[in-house]
Design a protein around this ligand. Structure first.
Ligand SMILES: [Zn+2]
Length: 343
């Protein structure tokens, strides 16, 4: 929910991986395939040399978005990709010969298949067991401990001395089935919880979503409490059916993207199950008085304000820490909501 800004160290490991593992042969094969497609006038993006291919691996998130949006509108590309995938599925040469290419030239499909195959192989090699240490290290160095899409689940990188035990899913922000050339683009690989990646987002890309490497959801939206009926604040403390938690855009300008994000990751629905926690946050807000903080300070004179807040709320109230712990975003927002409305 917070933009991932701390990626320099991970990027360094990734760059080393790319320069050591992508063969010149595949690069040359790709340049030729892209160029054939250009010659045959299928509109995709222009590739002229190996630098252009290497740029794809490190392409900044805004540039990926720009290209993906262009391709999303390009029917010619979408149809060619569909035909190429159907064609690639055929195992027997005989079937391939009888394949109906519709309006597309066989050359385009052949070359598009080469592109799909190469990038798929790049990605599969990257996540293969041989490169586990590298992938674990890249994800670990982000320092992101809570899912950047939902802020509900931990996304731990768990290692022992001898073994890599567990890591978060890597979500292809732009699905590799639709944008095969972004299969191994650093800023297209978002570490997320399995619920967001496998159960909710999957290959959706019809509506604009927010890439955590590019933009900050926290700046666009906040959690708010709605009291139902004659609801009063004290009901929130005792009766979770007396209120709803909703995610709202801070400005009408961003309403669409916030709604898309809410819909895709089922945020309102999933946070309904966190009402107990929301109610507890309000109890803590009531407890959190100047006198109470003074008492803590008296008992522990060297304690910082930040730590006092952590003690009271069980979470940081600094928005910079949102990606470090689940529910940090809801905690920050509800404490602010309380301060604005009830203090
Ligand atoms: Zn998630």
């Amino acid at each position: 929910m917070k933009q991932i800004v701390n990626y320099e160290e991970s990027l360094k490991v990734f760059k080393d991986y790319i320069s050591n593992n992508i063969s010149d042969n595949s690069i040359n094969e790709l340049i030729q395939a892209f160029q054939h497609i250009q010659d045959l006038e299928l509109e995709m993006f222009k590739i002229e040399n190996s630098n252009d291919i290497n740029d794809i691996f490190l392409m900044p998130p805004d540039k990926i978005r720009e290209l993906a949006n262009d391709l999303k509108k390009n029917n010619q590309y979408i149809t060619a990709l569909k035909v190429a995938k159907e064609y690639a599925k055929l195992k027997k040469e005989e079937d391939k010969q009888n394949f109906n290419f519709q309006n597309f030239q066989k050359d385009i499909i052949d070359n598009l298949s080469i592109i799909i195959k190469n990038f798929e192989t790049f990605y599969n090699n990257f996540i293969s067991s041989d490169n586990k240490n590298i992938v674990y290290s890249i994800i670990d160095k982000f320092g992101v401990r809570a899912c950047p899409y939902c802020n509900l689940n931990y996304i731990d990188v768990i290692k022992t001395e001898r073994k890599n035990v567990l890591r978060p899913a890597l979500d292809h922000f732009y699905p590799k089935s639709k944008y095969p050339f972004f299969a191994l683009s650093f800023f297209n690989l978002v570490p997320t919880c399995y619920e967001c990646n496998s159960s909710l987002k999957r290959t959706k890309d019809e509506k604009e979503l927010l890439n955590p490497f590019e933009r900050d959801f926290d700046e666009l939206a906040n959690f708010t409490i709605y009291l139902s009926g004659e609801g009063q604040l004290n009901h929130v403390l005792s009766d979770t059916s007396s209120f709803d938690i909703k995610i709202n855009s801070r400005e009408s300008l961003n309403r669409d993207i916030v709604n898309n994000q809410n819909e895709c990751f089922a945020l309102d629905i999933r946070y309904e199950y966190r009402k107990e926690e929301a109610s507890e946050i309000f109890s803590k807000c009531i407890l959190d008085t100047t006198e109470f903080r003074k008492e803590i300070k008296k008992a522990f004179p060297t304690i910082s304000t930040k730590y006092i807040e952590k003690l009271i709320y069980g979470n940081s109230l600094s928005c910079d820490d949102i990606n470090k712990r689940p529910l940090a975003k809801m905690t920050c927002d509800l404490v602010n909501f309380y301060k604005t409305n009830y203090k």
